[in-house]
Design a protein around this ligand. Structure first.
Ligand SMILES: NC(=O)c1ccc[n+]([C@@H]2O[C@H](COP(=O)([O-])OP(=O)(O)OC[C@H]3O[C@@H](n4cnc5c(N)ncnc54)[C@H](OP(=O)(O)O)[C@@H]3O)[C@@H](O)[C@H]2O)c1
Length: 333
């Protein structure tokens, strides 16, 4: 099969011919029609990720058709259109993943390839209302956003929610989930145009985080926020505390802007805030996310589509933060 491999830190992806994966008992092989990028792929290329192993096939998100199964007992999956839950081995504890939990696309070979091998239990029927590209855009970002917004922060209908850096793949799905759940949603972005695009998708307003007084602008528009969903962290995180309502919840699943060095403890405890970390999600949360997407007919936003051969250009596009939503690779015909 053709696959994009990474062979070391700061190395470009290389398109190579690799042996087709063979499914063992309990596994299936999916012939991929589309895959999607996550910021994780950039961190791995930069060497800023735990458990690096080379060579590897990156890619956590994929959608395609089941082409073989390891056990005839699973033959009913053959030929079915699926998307793949990229969380491997979450375990039984809904509160946190098992120590052995991994994410598809290192250490296990991922979806930037013509075929991927996954456990049968990670297969889910592709939502019929989604194209291949839209389906591939959903899994990792949808799972992360769903757990952060609903399971961790407990966002409710009628609450005021702030989503930071809305152009990001996860953030944009969080906006869609929160709007669909009946929350009033505001956003931040480094781009005024992306804020306008978010408003067109149901956001009530927003502010540009490059403006020195973005917290003041948000307070003027919205007052204070019950729930804040962030993936930037860094020094801007302290200002999220300023715009949180008393008793508010701030959940973060990323640290794109690095360490939080300036958090004033008194501001957090005086406001009775809850600060929550969140990563990926359990199998049950993946199933719940899929149900929510199917019920509300949500459509992930595909910012730009590249071919598998253009994998390096796709990674550069992500590094430039030009995207509004997910960056997708189409595979095969
Ligand atoms: N823990 C987990 O399970 C998990 C899962 C997925 C992602 N993540 C992490 O979450 C982060 C986002 O991932 P992604 O795949 O959604 O990435 P992405 O599509 O590359 O999005 C990154 C976004 O970050 C926003 N951003 C940059 N600087 C910011 C700032 N100072 N304040 C607010 N937002 C800022 C930008 O938004 P604008 O374009 O709107 O300016 C940018 O589009 C990454 O660090 C990733 O590793 C963690």
């Amino acid at each position: 099969m053709l696959a994009l491999t990474i062979n070391g830190v700061h190395q470009p992806l290389q398109l190579k011919e690799l042996p087709d994966p063979q499914p063992a008992d309990g596994e299936a092989v999916v012939r991929l029609r589309a895959a999607a990028l996550n910021h994780r792929d950039v961190w791995i290329q930069k060497g800023q990720y735990a458990g690096l192993r080379y060579p590897a096939v990156l890619g956590s998100d994929g959608a395609g058709v089941v082409s073989s199964v390891g056990n005839p007992q699973h033959a009913d999956w053959l030929g079915r259109e699926v998307i793949v839950n990229p969380g491997l081995g979450w375990g039984d504890n809904p509160h946190a993943q098992a120590a052995s939990f991994t994410i598809l696309g290192m250490p296990e070979n991922g979806t930037f390839a013509e075929y991927v091998k996954v456990p049968v239990q990670n297969l889910y029927a592709k939502p019929p209302h989604l194209s291949w590209e839209q389906a591939a855009a959903l899994p990792l970002a949808g799972l992360t956003g769903y757990r952060a917004l609903f399971s961790r922060a407990g966002a409710q209908c009628g609450e005021k929610v702030l989503v930071t850096g809305v152009g990001g793949g996860v953030a944009l799905l969080v906006l869609q989930f929160a709007v669909a759940a009946g929350a009033t949603v505001y956003v931040t972005s480094g781009s005024d145009e992306k804020i306008q695009q978010a408003v067109a998708m149901g956001a009530a307003g927003g502010a540009n985080y490059n403006h020195p007084d973005w917290p003041g602008q948000l307070k003027q528009q919205a007052g204070a926020f019950d729930v804040i969903v962030d993936s930037a962290a860094g020094d801007g995180f302290a200002q999220l505390v300023d715009v949180a309502a008393g008793g508010g919840r701030i959940v973060f699943y990323g640290g794109t802007r690095g360490a939080i060095n300036n958090l004033v403890p008194g501001r957090v405890f005086w406001k009775q805030l809850t600060v929550l970390g969140s990563t990926m999600g359990s199998d049950a949360e993946f199933a719940a996310m899929m149900e929510f997407v199917n019920e509300k007919k949500l459509v992930p936003v595909v910012s730009r589509v590249f071919s598998l051969q253009e994998g390096n250009a796709a990674l550069e596009f992500m590094k430039s933060s030009s995207q509004f939503g997910k960056i997708v690779l189409v595979i095969g015909g």
